[in-house]
Ligand binder design. Structure first.
Ligand code: KG4
Ligand code: ZN
Length: 358
């Protein structure tokens, strides 16, 4: 089945033509990074206006690059949520109009399920039960999936997402936006053991993540040590490189500590690490070492499939369509859409001593 995927949940306007769930014929992404850079983060109003301008040319370009015509498209998968309301509405409205015009089925996809399916293109088929750490600018969740399409959140962030922490710390250091790639670059030249930043302990003992305390610790450290943000055209000091390396090391350790603990309790057959932060090499290496320790394969998407893209939306849409799902033309954006169904027996998780949540 030839599926057109459309993604516009945040600041990327993306379209892709995908054959089934494993072959990408085209994937076009228009990033608004340069526009939002000026503001140090995504400005929702600007994002939706940009999507409006870009969506039609991006979809046309994806169809053209795939070497097909609109008449060949057999279904449309569009990100329904979670995300920014105005941004989501642009993609959903466009997809509905196109599906109506082409007279093809349309399916609304959960963006996070898209990240889950992003590993399908370049890895062997996911063996279930699987566990997926989805880490991006908007989300940091660990899912347990006993079978395709069933998800249980077994850990989540209590405050900031990991990518958001990278972005905020980079802003404090005067390094620009998005923070992840820049911090990673300077971390390579810094000492990860130079500063001991704390890993948050959750007071109720649940295996959750928390990154806002770390962000505050970095801020306090900069103040105490009198470290100023990097000015324009200024060289990045060794002190700042050490902050980058120590901060990154703390984020990676806090993510993989929970991954390792819950994977050894829940005993999945596959580990997945996806989302923008999965581009981070230190995180990849650390997750791989968890996999080696537990004798589990770890699947990552390649970098262009780690950050937001529409191929992953098409792949998840294909899966949803294969389960008989189809949306009507009253499909609407769902800003807080969750990826969790309660099909997994609570007793099953309790038996494995995991503190679960609904
Ligand atoms: O998945 P994504 O494109 O968008 C969301 O759904 O949020 O992720 C973007 C996030 C940003 O916060 C960015 O700083 C982070 O992913 N990121 C990284 C790296 N590359 C992107 N974080 C750490 N290391 C990286 N190399
Ligand atoms: Zn994302």
């Amino acid at each position: 089945m030839l599926i057109l995927g459309i993604e516009s949940s945040c600041d990327e306007t993306a379209a892709a033509v995908v054959l089934g769930r494993r072959e990408i014929l085209s994937s076009v992404i228009s990033s608004q990074i340069d526009i939002h850079k000026e503001w140090g983060g995504v400005v929702p109003e600007i994002a939706s206006r940009e999507h409006l301008i870009k969506i039609d040319p991006i979809v046309k370009e994806a169809v053209k690059r795939a070497g097909v015509s609109f008449e060949d498209i057999e279904a449309i998968a569009v990100t329904q949520g979670p995300g920014l309301v105005g941004s989501l509405m642009v993609g959903v409205s466009y997809a509905k109009a196109l599906a109506f015009g082409l007279d093809v089925p349309i399916v609304g996809v959960n963006h996070i399920e898209g990240h889950f399916f992003s590993v399908e293109f370049e890895n062997p088929p996911t063996e279930y039960p699987a566990m997926a750490l989805i880490v991006s600018g908007g989300h940091t969740n660990l899912f347990y999936s006993p079978e395709a399409g069933n998800y249980r959140v077994v850990s989540r962030t209590r405050d900031d997402a990991a990518g958001e922490a990278f972005d905020k710390v980079a802003k404090m250091l005067g390094l620009g936006y998005p923070g992840g790639p820049i911090i990673e670059k300077y971390a390579l030249e810094g000492n990860p053991k130079a500063i001991r930043f704390p890993i948050a302990k959750i007071s109720d003992g649940r295996p959750d993540f928390s990154f806002s305390g770390l962000k505050t610790a970095v801020m306090r450290y900069l103040k105490t040590e009198g470290i100023e943000p990097v000015g324009e055209e200024e060289d990045v000091s060794q002190e700042i490189k050490d902050v980058c390396a120590s901060f990154q090391d703390t984020v990676v350790r806090s993510l993989t500590r929970v991954l390792s603990k819950l994977a050894s309790e829940l005993k999945p057959k596959t580990l997945i690490v996806a989302g923008g932060v999965a581009c981070n090499q230190a995180l990849r290496e650390s997750a791989e070492s968890v996999g080696r320790k537990l004798d589990l394969p770890v699947y990552f998407p390649s970098r262009h499939l780690s950050t937001d893209n529409a191929a992953m939306i098409a792949a998840a849409g294909f899966y949803r369509l294969s389960q008989g799902e189809k949306a009507c033309l009253n499909l609407s954006a769902d800003v807080t859409m969750r990826l969790q169904n309660v099909d997994i027996e609570e007793a099953e998780l309790r038996k494995k001593k995991v503190r679960y949540r609904l």
